[in-house]
Design a protein around this ligand. Sequence first.
Ligand SMILES: [Zn+2]
Ligand SMILES: [Zn+2]
Ligand SMILES: [Zn+2]
Length: 167
Amino acid sequence: MANLHSAIELFPTPDHDHHSCAASILEAAERICAERRVRLTEKRRQVLEIIAKSHTAAGAYEILEKMAGPKGRPAPVIVYRALDFLMAQGFVHRLASLNAFIACANPQSDHGSQFLICRDCRAVMEFSNPTLGKAIHEGAQAASFSVDATMVEVSGLCAACARAQHE
Ligand SMILES: [Zn+2]
Ligand SMILES: [Zn+2]
Ligand SMILES: [Zn+2]
């Protein structure tokens, strides 16, 4: 699991080599599916590829549009089923605040995630801070609350957008 420090170094700057990020997400998904003996079907792979193509969260409608071929758009249910599979396998996360999806930075591990979400360019960075996760579990435990998920969505401005605003 990436620690806070190394995760922040991975914040998607506009000039990074994104080709390798997207490729490594797809490679990891293929490997994990083979290990778990589940199928990364053509449609599932296609949806993951569209989401992994950028560090901005993709909405279901946007995914549908990008899947359109000569025969038109696929039925929404196809996209939703693929998204359910990808979320169940931990390859993508749904961001409630945007109602959109982002590829997971660390699909191998079971993790509670925190997301930094830029309100301007919609770039999203995921990190997983065990201390924060522990604090959430402790607070929940004190309230006899059983936790399903410990996702935290933080909105703000990324460094590139903050810089652009000052120019
Ligand atoms: Zn990238
Ligand atoms: Zn994740
Ligand atoms: Zn930004």
